[in-house]
Design a protein around this ligand. Structure first.
Ligand code: GDP
Ligand code: IMO
Ligand code: MG
Length: 422
């Protein structure tokens, strides 16, 4: 094949990427993250074990896997060290399984403070950031001021760190009334850097292309979702990286012609955490039911996720921009008891019905729904597509027709085993 396959989220994040990557890993030798950072929270469940991964690729628990943090990722040494020490405590030899790109940018303690200060200054129009320093770090990257993992090896690393830190300190002084103290975090940060020196820093673009050339099965794992992409998401309520498939090319250094299968993950309904437009959001009992049954609380921040019906207008847009070749539907089991299940197939904008995503998703947009009869069956024990109730198959096949893409995997519960591959 000599290609790299991709798994990415098609909505506003938290679609279940961690679970899917963990399920797919037996088919892949190498798993690589290409963007984002510790704003991600990817949950894995197997047997009695549960884990939330933030920067480490979700292949880490599989025997013999190689996991790469690509150049497009931004890394907080504190968060990564915490993550790796807790994985190592499970008896996993992390040092032989995880490699870090020298070109991945470092999140400084002051980047986190800049994130907090900027959000506080925005007041009501805040993004609802996870406050992990993601935006300010990518700003320094594109502003050509950033520090990269490879810089850790330089003799004057601490000087470079201090220069960037003092630039940030000046910027923070502009935020009136913003107080902060990074003493403790900075110490942990430096300890993290020392710990991470024990890992292999790699020229990841060379390694990734070698794997592709040698026909080693390799999977790129996305973070966030396409509707949070800095170019194509609901700007400015987005994250600061390209979460769409094109991000694989820039975030790992692979050519577009090397992209293989693109698996697009979506929840059978929709969620969003943080601020920003969400046309199918439900403010009624049904929305509360989705949140309750789906345990819709952020894996990183614990914030409640906003819930609503599946939005096919947005989903089709993501399928187009990402070039999705196979869909993966998650959390269908959450709607097992629903009498009616709805899907937005168009929007009404100023009296006019449109079926494409408009430039701006403002409050005037009204979703146009298609209704389906609920399946009223506990589907989490089902393991073959044939055994699903007819109403459920109608729902799946409608989504396939509308998007023009087959639903290849259906997830009916958080565990590895609760998965149907068609
Ligand atoms: P990610 O960020 O895309 O990896 O997703 P998260 O881990 O943040 O959120 C997905 C949540 O849904 C996690 O708590 C998963 O354990 C859970 N989950 C994944 N798939 C399913 C499923 O099919 N059914 C149910 N009920 N929960 C699921
Ligand atoms: P995973 O990989 C859901 C959201 C935040 C906020 C916006 C910007 O677990 O799907 P940032 O911290 O990037 O400045 O936040 O993006 N956000 C996510 N929402 N899942 C995520 O990651 C997210 N990462 C960021 O809530 O609205
Ligand atoms: Mg998540």
């Amino acid at each position: 094949m000599k290609k790299i396959d991709v798994v990415l989220g098609l909505q506003w994040g938290d679609e279940g990427k961690g679970k899917v990557v963990d399920v797919l890993t037996p088919n892949y030798k190498v798993i690589a993250r290409f963007q984002g950072g510790p704003n991600a929270g990817h949950s894995l469940h197997f047997g009695d074990t549960s884990f939330v991964l933030r920067t480490v690729p979700s292949g880490i628990f599989r025997e013999g896997s190689i996991n790469i943090i690509g150049n497009g990722v931004v890394v907080d040494p504190v968060s990564l060290t915490e993550e790796l020490t807790s994985i190592a405590a499970q008896g996993i030899d992390v040092k032989s399984k995880l490699f870090i790109s020298k070109k991945a940018h470092l999140i400084l303690p002051t980047h986190r403070q800049l994130d907090a200060a900027s959000e506080a200054a925005k007041g009501k129009s805040k993004i609802g950031s996870t406050l992990r320093g993601i935006g300010p770090t990518y700003m320094d990257k594109t502003g050509r001021n950033g520090l990269r993992f490879g810089d850790v090896l330089a003799a004057d690393f601490i000087d470079r760190y201090n220069r960037l830190k003092s630039k940030h300190t000046e910027m923070l002084a502009q935020f009136e009334g913003f107080e902060y103290d990074i003493t403790e975090y900075e110490q942990k940060w430096m300890e993290g850097i020392e710990y991470l020196r024990g890992f292999r820093f790699i020229d990841s673009e060379h390694e990734v292309n070698q794997y592709i050339e040698q026909d080693v099965a390799i999977l790129a794992e996305g973070a966030q979702g396409s509707m949070l992409d800095v170019d194509f998401g609901t700007y400015p309520f987005v994250t600061s990286s390209n979460t769409v498939c094109a991000g694989v090319c820039t975030g790992l250094g692979v050519a577009p012609t090397k992209i293989g299968d693109v698996y697009g993950i979506f929840k059978a309904y929709c969620t969003r955490v943080g601020s920003g437009p969400f046309p199918t959001e439900l403010f009624d009992e049904t929305g509360k039911e989705l949140a309750r049954i789906g345990h819709e609380f952020g894996a990183v921040t614990g914030r409640p996720r906003r819930c609503g019906w599946l939005d096919l207008v947005a989903l089709k847009y993501a399928v187009m921009v990402d070039g999705v070749t196979g869909l993966i539907m998650m959390k269908s089991d959450v709607m097992d008891d629903f009498d009616v299940v709805k899907v937005a197939t168009a929007y009404k904008v100023g009296g006019e019905v449109v079926d494409h995503l408009p430039y701006e998703l403002n409050d005037e947009i009204e979703p146009v729904y298609t209704e389906f009869k609920g399946w009223k069956t506990k589907i989490s024990d089902i393991r073959r597509y044939e055994d699903f109730p007819a109403e459920f198959k109608t729902y799946v096949e409608f989504i396939e027709r509308e998007t023009g893409v087959p639903v290849k995997i259906i997830s009916v519960g958080p565990d590895r085993d609760e998965t149907i591959v068609r």
